[in-house]
Ligand binder design. Structure first.
Ligand code: ADP
Ligand code: MG
Ligand code: ZN
Length: 559
């Protein structure tokens, strides 16, 4: 049996050996055990159903929510001399009829089908008549409402399929499975614990970076200039950001493609093709782009802004380096991203419970941006993946082994302030109080009378905010969950306050001391912009804005 599987892998696909987990999954499926495969993106999930599909008699039915992916998968099977087809809304009715006849006649080894197809009985009736090798749910997290791409139509077909007598085995495959999602899929398909093959989430070839306090467009331009031959994806948080960045880069003759839900289907298809074929090696997109995109040579994924949660972040960042080569995942963080994501959650149509859960997930994302531990480890911990406890040695926190500073005293001041404020306020109000800000809200809540008011006036509000976020990220302060998370003390804070525990922070990523340094980058880019506009209009720059005004502006727009 094992030899046969090896043989199929070699003769059909040309691979020498199985990747971690593949062989275990295939064994289980071959012995007709319902199986869930949890493997990272690029881990090789397709092989898990393709090999048993070939080894067994009959047709393998692959249910996939991704229309774009189906054609690619079918094309690559056809190229290997394996009969395959797909059924989704993109084909004409004549073509559909032809394919259905061929499926009914058992002419295909693999049939990829969209979940929506099961809403009419036509496909199910054909399925009843043929010999089925296996049924695989690809991207199975879409079945679960806990997954980040829940498709109700995907979930609803499961009971109907289970009623069919001629399905010998079910399998589910996903890259993103938190405990909730795994349990959900297990329950839905009756998969026992020992039949969940989880290879862990680690992607050793990805180096994670967090970049703070830089003008994002300037950073990206410089990055693209330094890496002109590499293919990459730049994710923005909104369509508008994508449009703006696209224009800015295109103006500079950088070969970029753009993809978001506000474009027509034709435009999107065109953009996708030119990216896949490396005519335009850089894709600027919202999260509408990428599910199931199998481009192996993506060397970097840059997040122009912080995404809503770690699940989406890891999925999107994970589109880099599918070929196993070293690749970079860069997140450009700015404090205002937090507000933007809160706003997006607030505006969404989710019910109140779901929103609360999103706020919690957002908090973990914010913590990721402020942790000073290994970033890979942070992500794996988040997914409760305990397969590897080592630091990665390649993320920005591992690499920038910067000067460690003891900030115990500062932490104590911050914690005392949180306590004095009655544990009723969030990060920004606490920073304002410590700074001794003249903000109207301070007066409103009578906070200027506290003994901690102005206690840390030597720091900028930004520095204070960074430190508070850091304490939260390291779980030295707690946050009450919700839209406006309030700061609370926890057991760790008590230990710090009592002097039983010290707090170390790596100082370099957070600008300290001369405040002006922090804004210098932005100031410089504003100056460059001023010069550009002035040149275009043939006027001296000072007519537009004085340096003093620019300095002022750079403080108002922290990014
Ligand atoms: P996933 O669906 O898990 O994201 P894919 O099934 O698309 O990943 O596989 C990712 C890449 O890895 C593909 O290019 C595939 O051909 C390759 N691959 C899969 N299994 C193996 C293997 N055993 N040896 C070498 N390459 C493999
Ligand atoms: Mg896949
Ligand atoms: Zn690391």
């Amino acid at each position: 049996m094992i030899a046969e599987q090896q043989n199929i892998l070699k003769t059909y696909f040309g691979y020498e050996s199985f990747r971690p987990g593949q062989s275990e999954v295939i064994d289980k499926v071959m012995s007709l055990t319902n199986t869930l495969a949890v493997m990272p993106t690029g881990g090789g999930k397709s092989i898990c159903y393709q090999v048993p599909g070939l080894a067994r008699d009959g047709t393998a039915i692959i249910i996939s929510p991704l229309i774009s992916l189906m054609k690619d998968q079918v094309d690559s099977l056809l190229a290997l001399g394996i009969s395959a087809t797909f059924i989704n809304s993109s084909i004409t009715s004549t073509e559909l009829e032809r394919r259905m006849t061929d499926i009914a006649a058992g002419r295909y080894k693999f049939v990829y089908v969209a979940p929506e197809r099961f809403e009419s009985s036509v496909f199910v009736n054909v399925m009843k008549k043929i010999k089925i090798a296996l049924v695989a749910f690809d991207e199975a997290h879409c079945i679960s409402q806990w997954g980040h791409d829940f498709r109700p139509s995907y979930r609803s077909i499961v009971p109907n399929l289970k009623r069919l007598r001629n399905i010998p085995v079910f399998m589910a495959l996903t890259a993103t499975a938190t405990e909730e999602v795994i349990t959900d899929i297990q329950g839905l398909l009756q998969i026992e614990e020992q039949h969940v093959i989880n290879t862990g989430f680690a992607r050793d070839n990805l180096a994670f970076h967090i970049v703070k306090g830089k003008d994002r467009t300037t950073y990206i331009r410089a990055f693209l200039e330094e890496n002109p031959d590499k293919s990459g994806i730049i994710y923005t948080a909104t369509r508008k950001q994508a449009d703006t960045l696209f224009e800015q880069l295109e103006k500079r003759d950088i070969q970029v493609a753009k993809y978001h839900a506000g474009m027509s289907e034709t435009e999107r298809k065109l953009a996708q093709t030119s990216f896949l074929h490396d005519e335009k090696p850089v894709m600027i997109a919202t999260n509408a782009f990428g599910m199931g995109i199998d481009k192996s040579n993506v060397r970097y994924v840059i997040h122009y802004a912080m995404p809503m949660n770690i699940e989406s972040y890891y999925q999107e960042a994970g589109r880099a380096g599918r070929d196993g080569e070293a690749s970079d995942c860069i997140l450009l963080f700015s404090p205002q991203d937090i507000q933007l994501q809160k706003f997006l959650i607030e505006q969404s149509l989710m019910d109140e419970n779901a929103k609360q859960q999103e706020y919690r997930k957002l908090q973990s994302m914010v913590n990721y941006c402020h942790t000073q531990g290994c970033l890979s480890k942070f992500i794996l911990d988040y997914f409760k993946d305990r397969t590897n406890q080592e630091n990665c040695g390649s993320c920005s926190n591992c690499v920038d082994h910067l000067e460690k500073t003891d900030i115990t005293e500062e932490a104590q001041m911050i914690m005392s302030c949180v306590k004095r404020m009655g544990e009723r306020f969030g990060v920004s109000m606490t920073a304002k109080v410590l700074k001794g800000s003249k903000d109207k809200k301070i007066q409103e809540f009578n906070l200027h009378t506290l003994s901690t008011y102005g206690l840390m006036s030597a720091y900028t509000e930004k520095e204070l905010t960074e430190r508070i976020h850091f304490l939260v990220a390291e779980q030295l302060l707690a946050t009450e969950e919700g839209k406006f998370p309030t700061l609370k003390l926890n057991q760790n804070s008590v230990e710090v306050l009592k002097g039983k525990r010290t707090v170390d922070m790596y100082t370099a990523p957070i600008p300290t001391g001369e405040d002006d340094d922090y804004y210098k980058d932005l100031f410089e880019s504003l100056r460059a912009l001023r010069k550009e506009i002035a040149d275009e209009n043939n006027i001296p720059p000072y007519v537009l804005f004085s340096d003093a005004t620019l300095k002022e502006l750079s403080r108002y727009f922290p990014d």
